[in-house]
Design a protein around this ligand. Sequence first.
Ligand code: 523
Length: 145
Amino acid sequence: MSAPAPGTRRLVVAGALLDDLARPRLLLAARRHRPAALAGRWELPGGKAEPGERPVQALRRELREELGVEVEVGAELPAADPEGWPLSPALVMRVWWARVSAGWPEPLEDHDELRWLGEGGWEGVDWLAGDLPVVRGLLAALPGP
Ligand code: 523
């Protein structure tokens, strides 16, 4: 399969929501209940950016809609591909570290369960295929002990 032409994939944005940006221990995982093909699998919460929408603004909007929270957005997790982490031939995802600054996350739309994964447990749920390398990238980027 040849690589997609630059800029042709739809952008998905997601948050690696932590308990603490400076000293992360807990990572929020969200279990999808729709669509059926993704039901039961876990993801970093987020969604598609609208055409023309600034990516970080899209992230804030998605987390407000999906979880009912406001967030402090930290650094982006760099991907090998400058456009982001590949999800499919048609979708590419950019991911930012973030922290809840107001509200308490609740599964309001696409999810039926949220779970704070503790130290050593970040790989312990059935992540969507595209999210697993991202979670491994997050772990690799964590500050040492
Ligand atoms: N992913 C994915 N991982 C991940 C997210 C946020 C999304 O693999 N962390 C995939 C799942 C869908 C696609 O990206 O195939 C779009 O995500 P979705 O459905 O959360 O985006 P929405 O809610 O903006 O999409 P529409 O309901 O279609 O507007």
